[in-house]
Write a protein that binds this ligand. Structure first.
Ligand code: SF4
Length: 835
């Protein structure tokens, strides 16, 4: 199988080196695309080997990692960003990836925004006029004021992103939870102010609307908010005997490198690695077994595995009975039988816990006191029929047998059976799941099923047993560094806050069509994209672009010229790491190493100036570091040596590293693994209703990429995309060094199977068009055996202008779901033709 890395010839390496050096030395760049490629720059660099200083920071990009990187500065320029070194006993934790070490080429890269610009032609025409910061701030402030006065504060929308900044001081609230369940059971919108002091204060002051991100929210919302799934440290993967990388490619694309390091250690200790993925990813290529499941059918596979384990009595019944919600009893509507139903507790109190049927006592008892809970059966509770959650779950997935899954997933029944037997009998098993699993419509359903599968195999909270993989935030930096434990969050909250809005930004498409949100009229006055690039990174971005036409004014604050910036009215350059101070959760204080490139300013300074121009002189007072000092300097942190002074001086403070298989204490109200929810709380609430079937494990085919879709006569191939080691959304776009690895003959490429390619007369290196009813993109073809015959892979993370024609995200559809508003990057069908 050919790989694009073979494209890196000695010539291209030398060219790249010159580009890199040129970029590093290009101090006089103007506009957004000026790199010295003359070759003299490399000599300039070589001659700057004077005094060096080092500073700690991190990419804090959207790989989710928090690798501590040490930047070396020579004569005011960053010349390298290398993983921080650790004392001998922690050497295995030295993390970072190729993206991390290439940070200098981002900072001094060809698409870096250098100065404020306002649109000079039609939106998207690419005609810009350079303006001063004074003009930019005045335009920005006047626009916010005009929208407020005409349409109300909520018409100013602040789109958060997982982009470049996302820190405590800079960035904007990204908002994981948009709604909260009230004590009376109603669902209310929730403000979100967990990042970006300055804009949090301005949004509250003006009653703005926070737009949160939709991508990857099925896992985060379902695992952490709805199911409160337990977390284990990623390093614990080394203790597993069976590791299932499911929709995950930890060899390349997961949080930091420690997960893959731990998997490799586990394999050296004899663990089996199984990769479940339509693509022969780097992880799958290293695995003992590759299960090439069809995209979007993972839930069917999980259902079949559950059936096989139960039918063949392979389950860890002790775990199922005593550590999962399997024995809880529900009535016809799905409400738990609680002690109050039996007259043994006051309803709504902490004492009013769910009960189970205790086979030993032959009575209903509080779940924690039962010695032998029944997990099967229907019982009479004072005239009300109740049945176990386990029975309800098995009934809900009854149609999705091994035979069904074999047909649906496109893999042999024998492989499903062997897989189920292996995870059940060759444990401890770690199910290492990642976001690839959730990129189809209503993918939140898989989290019920993985919870059920983990319960049946006892893969929770034991050494080597876990099931939330990379979505788990307990990555290694959290254990390496001494953490501040308390924070002063007063600065985030205004006493005179004006109520605003908060929902997932993808819904602006619906607002553009209806003029309403949640049944109320909604005018889209100003959209401020901060660290956010929806047009490149949200699924169905063509629909988003149409919605942009209905927005009066668009401001984008970013570090590079993204597609979203291209379609804006005002573009403002902000700082990258090492150009400003920042604190990143996980115990990392980012030290300022260099002056900002060009005219870039910190988000804090930009928003502070806008607030002052709007007349809010007292809203943001002092420097950003003043706020950071107040945030970090609690008595507890100072005493522990991780107050502002200690962190700002050292960057990080090493802690006592330990790697236990730890489960988050009190991880949910019952301390049991959940695969059922009594109430399903939508992330964005407009009064939608959910039935019992939605609150139990279930398989529902994709909305577009399903086998019987009649459109498959035109578009027979299933589409998918993924991140790899050279990409992390568009943070790393226009990167001359990484492009050598992630392009084929200088172009982004798609992967297509040998047989599918032969049917279409396509060979590796041919120019092809991938198309469907949503859009099309022109790419080079990489013909390979390493993908399902019925599937096509396109890259994720290039901006539109990096394609010769069309763009990859145009192939995806806009379809956020009603529960998590998730993005669906793998739910589309297509055809490929040679050009
Ligand atoms: S793993 Fe993520 S945070 Fe770490 S160096 Fe790579 S891109 Fe940066």
């Amino acid at each position: 199988m050919e790989t694009p890395s073979t494209q890196l010839t000695r010539r291209s390496f030398l060219t790249t080196t010159a580009l890199a050096a040129g970029a590093l030395a290009a101090s006089g760049m103007a506009g957004c695309s000026s790199v010295d490629t003359s070759g003299d720059a490399a000599n300039d660099l070589a001659s700057t080997a004077g005094q060096e200083e080092t500073y700690i920071g991190t990419c804090h990009g959207n790989c989710g990692g928090r690798c501590a990187l040490k930047a070396t500065v020579r004569e005011g320029k960053i010349v390298s960003t290398l993983p921080m070194e650790f004392p001998n006993e922690n050497k295995g934790l030295r993390v970072g990836c190729v993206k991390g070490v290439s940070n200098p080429l981002r900072i001094y890269g060809p698409s870096r925004l250098m100065y404020p610009m306002k649109r000079a032609g039609e939106r998207g025409s690419g005609e810009w006029e350079r303006i001063t910061w004074d003009e930019a701030i005045e335009l920005f402030a006047n626009q916010l004021k005009a929208s407020m006065e005409t349409y109300g504060g909520a018409s100013n929308m602040w789109q958060g992103g997982a982009g470049n900044m996302n820190g405590i001081l800079n960035g904007t609230p990204t908002g994981i939870i948009n709604s909260a369940m009230m004590p009376d059971g109603t669902i209310a919108p929730l403000p979100s102010f967990n990042a970006g002091f300055a804009n949090s204060r301005l949004i509250q002051k003006t009653g703005g609307t926070v737009l949160s991100v939709g991508h990857d929210m099925a896992g985060i919302v379902f695992c952490f908010v709805h199911l409160s799934s337990p977390q284990s440290a990623v390093e614990d993967l080394a203790n597993a005997k069976t590791i299932v990388a499911w929709g995950a490619n930890p060899a390349e694309a997961s949080f930091c490198r420690a997960a893959w390091n731990a998997i490799c250690t586990g394999r050296e200790n004899g663990a089996k690695l199984i990769a479940i993925d339509p693509l022969l990813s780097t992880t799958a290529a290293h695995a003992d077994e590759w299960v090439p499941v069809r995209t979007g059918t993972d839930a069917a596979l999980m259902c079949a595995m559950v059936h096989y384990i139960v039918d063949n009595d392979l389950a860890n019944w002790d775990y199922v009975k005593n550590k999962s919600v399997a024995p809880f009893l529900i009535d016809e509507a799905g409400a738990y039988l609680r002690l109050s139903s039996l007259g043994q507790a006051e309803a709504g109190t902490d004492a009013d816990v769910p009960v189970v049927w205790d086979e030993d006592a032959q009575a209903f008892v509080a779940h924690a006191t039962a010695t032998n809970p029944a997990i099967r059966g229907t019982f009479d509770a004072n005239g009300v029929a109740v049945r176990t959650v386990f029975d309800a779950a098995l009934e809900n997935i009854a149609p999705f047998t091994v035979e069904f899954a074999a047909n649906e997933c496109g893999i042999p029944a024998s492989q499903i059976e062997n897989l189920a037997r292996t995870v059940a009998t060759e444990g401890p098993t770690s199910f290492y799941i990642n976001y690839g699993l959730e990129h189809t419509y209503e993918s939140w359903r898989i989290y019920f099923l993985i919870g059920l599968l983990a319960s049946l195999t006892g893969s929770v909270g034991i050494p080597g047993g876990s099931y939330v993989g990379s979505i788990n935030l307990g990555h290694e930096s959290a254990t390496m560094f001494k953490q501040p434990t308390t924070f002063n969050e007063d600065d985030f909250t205004l006493e005179d806050a004006v109520p605003g809005g908060h929902f997932t930004g993808d819904w602006i498409v619906q607002i553009a069509e209806t003029g309403q949100w949640a049944g109320q009229d909604f005018h889209m006055g100003t959209l401020v994209n901060m660290c956010a690039n929806p047009l490149d990174n949200f699924s169905g971005s063509s629909a988003l672009l149409k919605a942009y036409d209905k927005i009066d004014y668009i401001v984008t604050i970013d570090t590079i010229m993204t597609t979203t910036a291209h379609y804006s009215d005002l573009v403002l350059p902000c700082c990258m790491p090492w150009e400003t101070y920042e604190y990143i959760e996980g115990g990392i204080f980012e030290q300022k190493a260099i002056d900002p490139v060009g005219d870039a300013r910190s988000d804090f300074d930009i928003i502070k100036a806008v607030a002052e121009k709007m007349g809010y002189d007292d809203l943001i007072v002092g420097e950003g570091t003043d706020y950071l000092r107040r945030y970090l300097d609690t008595p507890e942190n100072i005493e522990a040596g991780v107050g502002f002074d200690a962190l700002s001086e050292n960057g990080v403070v090493l802690g006592d590293y330990s790697c236990d298989a730890h489960v988050t204490p009190e991880y949910n109200p019952f301390g049991r693994t959940q695969f059922y929810l009594e109430y399903l709380m939508p992330r964005d609430n407009w009064g939608q209703m959910f039935g019992l079937q939605d609150r139990l494990p279930y398989y529902k085919p994709s909305i577009e990429a399903y086998a019987d879709n009649p459109d498959r006569a035109k578009y027979p191939l299933y589409g998918m995309s993924s991140h790899d080691i050279y990409h992390g959304q568009t943070l790393w776009s226009h990167h001359p060094w990484l492009d050598d690895f992630r392009k084929l003959d200088g172009q982004p490429f798609c992967r297509i199977h040998t047989e599918a390619a032969a049917e279409r007369g396509i060979k590796t290196g041919d120019k092809v068009r991938v198309f469907n009813d949503h859009g099309s993109v022109v790419l080079n073809a990489l013909v390979t055996e390493g993908i399902r015959k019925d599937s096509v892979w396109v890259p994720h993370g290039f901006t539109w202008d990096e394609f010769e024609e069309g763009y990859a995200q145009s192939l995806t559809r806009w379809c956020p779901d009603d529960v998590t508003s998730n993005n669906n990057f793998n739910d589309w069908i297509c055809e490929v033709e040679k050009m």
